[in-house]
Each structure stands twice: as structure tokens, then as C-alpha cells.
Design a protein around this ligand. Structure first.
Ligand code: XMP
Length: 532
């Protein structure tokens, strides 16, 4: 990205690293995350106007404490250390770090001792008649704000050139500054919403200290991306696999805006999609964007391969491999195709400590990377610098309907991993009908957008029921609805009883072959979101 004003976040493994980068982008300043040990040449080439050192689950005392190249302190750019980043600055620049007497976790009252520079305008002077204020003033400061702490170590002595600029009851040095070199450090987390004025602290850093201009917008991103795509692709064709999800839809819309009919999208119906999905994707992209789309009904092929298979990992492999075959057969028929487009997002790209989570393997089957070799295609990934919420903003800007923008994630192996046991056409039909009812009722109750995912699962057990005067012996459907921010952890959703009641009544009345509905009340961890 050819922008002048960029901020670099060095990642030491904090759960909040991604959040720091997003908060900066919310201020329209471009930011990227590099691993803590990124080489100084790579950092210099990025040419940041400021560097942020993230927090970390580890301690500066650890034998294998994570340390950056110390030359970052000689680049002449402002540096902000957050939490572990602060202890690291103290450690590298000649201060003293010690174990805190009391671990500080959660809400804390920060008393500001110097409200110039980074903490300028952050806290209002409280009124003397206010009891809380009186209490705090006796502790030598009348400038107070609420911050979010999470640390076990603390600074005992600031490095030469620094002075303490704020304290809490437990941390005599909760923030420090060396204004000569523009080095700042905070013991608390300005990036989390619980820090009342965190956004303003970051604003001071970006605009007053680093002197950035707010030039990073989705509109500017679109203009640059279109030029990039045109330049890269030239007169060649591009092929893109569409899944119906927001990432591939927005990828194709962006490329289409750049090169029009030179883009061909391929949508594969693998027989384990939800009701009406294939048609919906086709009509949306054709109607709204007039794209070239090839829809391949390969359901028979997939279901044949899945016959008799009950192991979830084998289901995943079969579907992944078959997808590649079908995609390849169809892509080969296209003339002059030299590029394969993928909806890779920034969190998939960041090679950092905190992102080496299970998501990398979860998504691996999506990867049509094998195709690159067979067809000698080059990869084009126009969203690889964006976070998911930015992709949604981009999609809206490109005219993508809300239905696609807000769509819940749907796994590549589709209903196959929600049908426990063997996948047959008949069992797919039962699940499809039940699943459609779950989604209809969730949408009717206005709950769809606040849920990460809601779906039905077909269990491999039969139970006894009674319908009319007859005894039945039929299938059980489990309903799953979860709230989550990124799918890595999730809470089961406390759906209103009447919504659960409607879902259950409708499924049992309308779906032949089901006589019982249960609700999944497990969170992740220790359970997962999907049942297989
Ligand atoms: P779990 O079940 O691991 O799911 O808690 C986390 C998120 O990943 C999705 N998921 C998959 N997505 N292929 C995919 O494309 C898969 O095999 C797969 N398994 C799980 C799941 O829907 C949830 O959003």
C-alpha cells in the first residue's frame, strides 16, 4: 500500500494486537502488524511514522523474553509501548522492571500527573465538591480517568530521559514519557473499550505526536486496489471461486470493478449447501453486478463420494479434493486465464505470534493453492490488507446487498459436517428444511446480525415420539446459536424462549422425519461451534 502515513504495530503475542491495528485504522491511518522479531531492514522499508509495541502474555523476566531489534529506538520515529511493550522499553532503555506487589487486572483509576503530549485533554479536572475527587486529590492528582489494566510486572525506575506521567494505586508509574525522543509507554490498554478515553489517547499519538494525516479510507483503498489489479492483470483473465460468503463476493466485486468481463466466477454446488443458496448467489452477482458466473451443479458427484463416510475429517478431505477437481475442470475451459483470485484477509496473512491459532488449519481446505501449480496461475488477493469489518465496509461501498455482507460464516464442507454420521440426499433434505426454519425464525426475531452463527444439526439418533395417536421413532435436530467476535471463542446464545419454542414447533410440524428438537448450551472452549 503506497501511503505516506503508516503506523507499525510490533506483535509480542497480545490478544489485543489485532485490535490495536484496527483502532488505528478507525482513525483513517493505515497500520500493519509485524512479528516482534521483524528485521530492521523490513521495518525501515515499511517506513512507519510511529511504532507501537504490543502487550504480551510473557514476562520480560522470562528466559526467552521476546525482544525486538533494539535499533527501532534509533530510527527517529515516536514509539509507544503498551503493557509488556512498556516493560520492554524500560528494560531496553535502562530502566528497572519488577514484579508488581499485586497483580493489577481490570478497571483502575488512572491519576494523570502530566497532561501534556500523549495524555493531553484526556481527563477533566474533577470538581472539588465531588467526594470521589476529594479522595483522589488527596492522592496528589485531580486528573482522573478509568483505564483497563492487565499486568503482573511494573516499572520501578524509569529509564534516563523519561519521567512518570501517571499513576494508579498499584502502579506508581502507570505511564511514562521521554518527550525529547517522543517515546511513550502505558501500563494499561488504550485499545480496549473499557479504557474510557483510549481512543483519544491513540488520537493524540497519531495526529499530535506522529503527525499523521487521516488519509486511509475505503474509497482511497478502492482507487489504489483498482489501479493495482489493472496493472497486475493487464489483458489476461482472472478466475475466482465464489462460496456465497462475504469475502469471495467482495473480492469478485472489486476485481470486476477493475477489469469487468475479464473476470469469471465459478460457483460449485456441492450438494451440501443450504436451501436456495446456489440460486441466491447467482442472481445477486448477476443482477447487481452483471458478472460472468459459471454455476456448476456437482451435487451428484459429491454425494456419491460421500456415500458411507462418517468420519468428519474424511468428509472434509473428500469435499475439499472434489471441489478442486470440479473447479479445475471448469477453469481449464476458460481462455487466457492467468490469475486466480482469493478472498484472503489480513488476519490470515499476519505471520505473528498471536495469530498462529487453529484458524490457519480450519481454513486450509478452502485453499485452492494446488490449482496454481496445475494451471500455472498466479494468485491475486486484493483483500489481503483488510480486516473483516473493513471488508464489510468495502462491500457496502461497492453496492453489495446487506444479505451477503452480514451473512453468517458457513463452513466449506457445508451441511456434511452438520449431518452427524452418513451424508445422504435424504438426510441433507431433512437438515436443509430444519436449518431454513432456524434461520427464518432468528431473522424474524431480529437476532440474525447479533449472532455469529445459528444453524441446525442432524443427529444420528432416533427417539420415540407421539403424533396424533401414533407412536413415532424419528430423528433429532439440535439447534446451535452462538455469539462470538472471531470464531476462536464463542458463547452459546441465550435465545428468548418464545423464539426457541417457535423453532421447535415449526421443525417438528413442518419437517417430516423429525420428532424432537434440542438446544445446544455449550460454549467454545471446551466445545467447538460446529459439531464435527
Ligand atoms: P469450530 O467448529 O472449530 O469453528 O469452533 C470455528 C469457525 O470455523 C468454521 N469452520 C469451518 N470453516 N471449513 C470452514 O470453512 C471447515 O472445515 C470448518 N470447520 C469449522 C465454523 O463454522 C466457525 O465459524
Amino acid at each position: 500500500m503506497d501511503l505516506k502515513d503508516k503506523i507499525l504495530v510490533l506483535d509480542f503475542g497480545s490478544q489485543y494486537t489485532q485490535l490495536i491495528a484496527r483502532r488505528i485504522r478507525e482513525h483513517k491511518v493505515y497500520s500493519e502488524i509485524f512479528p516482534f522479531n521483524a528485521s530492521i531492514d523490513k521495518i525501515k522499508a515499511f517506513a512507519p511514522k510511529g511504532i507501537i509495541l504490543s502487550g504480551s502474555p510473557s514476562s520480560i523476566y522470562d528466559k526467552k523474553a521476546l525482544l525486538p531489534d533494539k535499533e527501532i529506538f534509533s530510527l527517529g520515529v515516536p514509539v509507544l509501548g503498551i503493557c509488556y511493550g512498556m516493560q520492554l522499553m524500560a528494560h531496553c532503555l535502562g530502566g528497572k522492571v519488577a514484579k508488581a506487589v499485586k497483580r493489577e487486572y481490570g478497571r483502575a483509576e488512572l491519576m494523570i500527573d502530566d497532561d501534556t503530549n500523549l495524555l493531553k485533554g484526556i481527563a477533566k479536572r474533577c470538581k472539588m465538591q465531588d467526594a470521589r475527587c476529594k479522595r483522589l486529590v488527596t492522592r496528589h492528582s485531580s486528573l482522573v480517568t478509568v483505564v483497563w489494566m492487565s499486568h503482573g510486572d511494573r516499572i520501578e525506575k524509569v529509564p534516563a530521559g523519561f519521567k512518570s506521567i501517571a499513576h494508579t494505586d498499584n502502579s506508581p508509574i502507570a505511564a511514562m514519557a521521554d518527550t525529547g525522543r517522543n517515546f511513550f509507554a502505558l501500563q494499561f490498554h488504550p485499545e480496549v473499550v473499557h479504557t474510557e478515553r483510549g481512543t483519544d489517547i491513540l488520537r493524540n499519538l497519531l495526529f499530535k505526536i506522529c503527525e499523521c494525516k487521516p488519509t486511509w479510507t475505503i474509497k482511497s483503498f478502492i482507487d489504489t486496489a483498482i489501479e493495482d489489479i489493472k496493472g497486475k492483470v493487464g489483458n489476461s483473465g482472472v478466475v475466482c471461486a465464489i462460496s456465497g460468503g462475504v469475502d469471495s463476493a467482495v473480492t469478485s466485486a472489486l476485481i470486476h470493478k477493475a477489469i469487468g468481463k475479464k473476470l469469471t466466477c465459478i460457483f460449485v454446488d456441492n450438494g451440501v449447501l443450504r436451501t436456495g443458496e446456489a440460486k441466491k448467489v447467482e442472481t445477486t452477482l448477476k443482477k447487481n453486478f452483471h458478472m460472468n458466473i459459471i454455476c456448476v451443479d456437482a451435487s451428484e458427484r459429491f454425494l456419491k463420494k460421500l456415500k458411507g463416510i462418517t468420519d468428519p475429517e474424511r468428509k472434509r478431505k473428500i469435499i475439499g479434493n472434489e471441489f478442486i477437481r470440479v473447479f479445475e475442470e471448469n477453469a481449464k475451459k476458460l481462455k487466457n486465464v492467468r490469475f486466480l483470485a482469493q478472498g484472503t484477509l489480513y488476519p490470515d496473512v499476519i505471520e505473528s505470534v498471536s495469530f498462529k491459532g487453529p484458524s490457519a488449519t480450519i481454513k486450509s481446505h478452502h485453499n485452492v493453492g494446488g490449482l496454481l501449480k496445475y494451471m500455472r496461475l498466479k494468485l491475486i488477493e486484493p483483500l489481503r490488507e483488510l480486516f473483516k469489518d473493513e471488508v464489510r465496509v468495502l462491500g457496502r461501498e461497492l453496492g453489495m446487498p446487506e444479505e451477503i455482507i452480514n451473512r453468517h460464516p458457513f463452513p466449506g464442507p457445508g451441511l456434511a459436517i452438520r449431518i452427524i454420521g452418513e451424508v445422504t440426499r435424504q438426510r441433507c433434505d431433512i437438515l436443509r428444511k430444519a436449518d431454513a426454519i432456524v434461520l427464518e425464525e432468528i431473522k424474524k426475531a431480529g437476532l440474525y446480525v447479533e449472532l455469529w452463527q445459528a444453524f441446525a444439526v442432524l443427529l444420528p439418533v432416533k427417539t420415540v415420539g407421539v403424533m396424533g395417536d401414533e407412536r413415532t421413532y424419528e430423528n433429532v435436530i439440535a439447534v446451535r446459536a452462538v455469539k462470538s467476535v472471531d470464531g476462536m471463542t464463542a458463547d452459546w446464545a441465550k435465545l428468548p424462549y418464545d423464539v426457541m419454542g417457535n423453532i421447535s414447533n415449526r421443525i417438528i410440524n413442518e419437517v417430516r422425519g423429525v420428532n424432537r428438537v434440542v438446544y445446544d448450551i455449550s460454549s467454545k472452549p471446551p466445545s467447538t461451534i460446529e459439531w464435527e
